[in-house]
Design a protein around this ligand. Structure first.
Ligand code: SF4
Length: 688
């Protein structure tokens, strides 16, 4: 170890922040991180990174890192050995399982942990605990996109690669603040737009950087995307601009679909979305004229009561216009966390085994039961949202939560935090004593990406390896080791010595990953799923068939779910999202000094017209009140927002936490919280 302190070392890793999946070399001396250096062969990013990937690493050496397991004794936590902590956890899990049954336990996996760790978390739930109560944070973001794609094209991932977004004639982004949330991808779009004549249409509530650059910026009423998408598709069909050859050869269900569009006339869409008839026609014309259209979308679409249906409508539009299976076309839900794609891919979902094979399918279940030598319930388990409700109802007694500050990031956090108080037993595994961990009975100290090996899957379905840069701090351990130790204590001898063994097991069991091999991903190598036995991978999906029995995609008729919206008492709509400098609730980025200095706290964006009406200005202190809670913050007057729409970055877990305000309403098909459908009223506390 002393030698290691002295030497300068260079190790390849993958960014721990967003789903772009930038890879780079990290230069270190001892625990000191000297610099981050992307390489031309970095498959997702070349020589680019954003500020988070470059400067957001101080958190790994933060004095706030947990270095020893903690066990609650009354009101305080005491430091204990791993042996003691594992004994407490395993005994308590055994007792609860014996007394109330397996389904009284739940597991939440982290979308920041590796694929191998995700695989083990679902295996722990299903094999060791005997429950399908397992979920991950895609429930808070992209589950609706996955649903929308499964219904129509059969895979819940991006249809192609970043190179396809770059080579498209037309890129449409919907509900995505791409320049701040997926900065390196945004740079690619900016370059293609500037140099290659790519057309860019941005549909959003906020006039952010990409909206400023766009050829056309469209601002619909909040939560009305399905309406304009359907109207534009109907107009395209009515004009005969559809790709009839593609539809005849490759898609089922056209007639029913056309019928379902009947009500989505231009007049109806104009009234419900506020987008003028001319702009609706322009949208249709742009798609018609483009040889290849790509649609990227994010939380503005998915975090709504009809998030899955709107994602479906996007896919329907692409099918109707033949925009699948060719380079420069397709659907691209942009994944938030570095491994939110992987956490779902590797089975941390209540209804799916790894590779999206259904737990309800007896053949699939049998394969896992024979391998794992246990019975697995045929019924899907509870998702995150249902777990919170089940705790309130007294059905769920224990929760094992990995790397997720659920008490801050779930919607309506007062409701979530009061659920934590009701748990009989709560284990949190994390880097820090998060606000959620404060409710735990046992806190297990985990190691971040720089301190372990494994793979992450970016938004392009690209698996990339990370190599160990630093030793685990103090007595912290990589999540895969912690979960393995727990499984051993509970009578299952997992005996993995290396993450590669875990991936080999997953690849064997799951068709999607049959050809995934560590050797193929050495260094800057990567593989995009699905990968066949001979290790061939897939940069572009659907070139010949769609993964349904008959090889054809399906039009899936959907109808608009009207958002709850504002009312007389709660007259302002509040939107939320990322800031470039911060990630998510900020648990990591607020511990990076340079980033914190630059952007120390969240602020509430207010339009100039609303500021004038309420007599406030930049710096004023206001309080926002919703039916579910209240949040205080300082005002930033900006033309990025218009009229009665406010915007609050989600990166503050202090008193300006957006989820004090959000409701328990969810997407009707996936239970993803409708974070973007929040109404508030404003109280002015201090004008100055
Ligand atoms: Fe790349 Fe995203 Fe990391 Fe920025 S946050 S360096 S865009 S992976």
């Amino acid at each position: 170890a002393a030698m290691r302190e002295e030497r300068i070392e260079k190790t390849k890793t993958v960014c721990t922040y967003c789903g772009v999946g930038c890879s780079f070399d990290v230069w270190t001396k001892g625990r000191k991180i000297l610099k981050v250096q992307p390489q031309p062969e970095s498959p997702a990013n070349g020589i680019a990174t954003c500020v988070k990937g470059k400067f957001g690493w101080d958190y790994v050496n933060s004095p706030e890192r947990l270095t020893k397991p903690l066990v609650r004794k009354g009101d305080i936590f005491v430091e204990v050995t791993w042996d003691e902590a594992l004994t407490v956890v395993s005994e308590k899990m055994k007792t609860i399982k014996a007394e109330y049954g397996s389904d009284a336990l739940g597991v939440v996996a982290s979308s920041k942990a590796t694929n191998e760790e995700a695989y083990l978390m679902q295996k722990f739930a299903r094999q060791v605990l005997g429950t399908n109560n397992i979920d991950n944070c895609s429930r808070y973001c992209q589950s609706p996109a996955t649903k929308g794609l499964f219904r129509t094209v059969g895979y819940g991932g991006d249809a192609g690669s970043f190179s396809d977004i770059e080579s498209a004639n037309l890129v449409i982004t919907i509900g995505s603040n791409t320049a701040e949330s997926h900065p390196v991808l945004a740079s690619k779009i900016k370059r293609a737009h500037k140099l290659n004549g790519q057309r860019l249409i941005v549909v959003d509530l906020r006039k952010h950087e990409m909206a400023e650059r766009a050829d056309l910026f469209v601002h619909p009423k909040a939560g009305s995307d399905l309406v304009w998408l359907s109207a534009v598709t109907k107009y395209i069909i009515d004009q005969g601009w559809l790709d009839i050859k593609f539809i005849n050869n490759r898609v089922n269900g056209f007639d029913d679909y056309v019928q379902s569009l009947e009500k989505y006339t231009l007049e109806y869409a104009e009234a419900e979305t506020g987008i003028s008839r001319d702009v609706l026609i322009q949208l249709a014309e742009e798609i018609h004229k483009a040889k290849g259209t790509v649609i990227c979308w994010a939380m503005g679409v998915t975090q709504q009561k009809g998030g899955s249906d709107t994602s479906t409508a996007i896919s329907n539009l692409l099918l109707a216009t033949g925009n699948y299976g060719r380079h420069g076309t397709g659907a691209y839900p942009l994944r938030g966390h570095n491994n939110v794609q992987g956490a779902s891919d590797f089975g941390c979902m209540p209804d799916n085994f790894p590779g999206y094979e259904k737990v309800a399918n007896s053949d699939v279940r049998k394969r896992y039961e024979e391998t794992w030598q246990v019975k697995i319930p045929a019924e899907p388990g509870l998702n995150n949202h249902e777990m919170v409700e089940a705790i309130h109802d007294g059905q769920l007694k224990a929760l094992y939560l990995q790397g997720e500050d659920m008490g801050i990031v779930d919607s309506n956090i007062n409701h979530v935090q009061s659920a934590f108080e009701k748990l009989d037993f709560f284990v949190v595994q994390d880097l820090f004593l998060t606000r959620t961990a404060e409710y735990a009975d046992v806190v297990l100290p985990a190691s971040p990406s720089l301190e372990k090996e494994g793979t992450f899957t970016n938004t392009e379905r690209r698996l990339q390896r990370i190599y160990q840069v630093l030793e685990p701090l103090g007595n912290s351990k990589p999540d895969w080791q912690i979960t393995s130790l727990l499984a051993d204590r509970l009578g299952f001898n997992w005996s993995y010595s290396y993450p590669g063994d875990i991936m080999a097991e997953a690849a064997k069991l799951s068709e999607l990953f049959h050809g995934v091999r560590y050797e193929k991903m050495e260094g800057y190598g990567s593989q995009q799923w699905p990968a066949t036995e001979d290790t061939t991978d897939s940069s572009l999906l659907f070139t010949e068939t769609f993964p349904f029995d008959d090889g054809k995609a399906r039009f899936f008729p959907v109808d608009w779910t009207r958002p709850t919206g504002t009312n007389d008492e709660y007259d302002l709509h509040i939107n939320n999202g990322r800031l470039l400098e911060h990630f998510h609730e900020g648990n990591m980025t607020y511990k990076s000094e340079g980033i914190k200095r630059k952007t120390p706290r969240a602020f509430i964006e207010v339009s100039p017209e609303l500021a004038e009406e309420r007599g406030i200005k930049t710096g004023s202190l206001i309080r926002l009140v919703s039916p579910h809670g209240a949040a205080k913050g300082h005002v930033l007057v900006t033309e990025r927002v218009a009229g009665n729409e406010l915007y609050l970055p989600m990166n503050d877990n202090g008193e300006t936490a957006i989820n004090q305000l959000t409701s328990t309403e969810t997407d009707k098909d996936t239970d993803t919280p409708a974070y973007k459908d929040t109404a508030v009223r404003m109280e002015v506390l201090e004008v100055e």
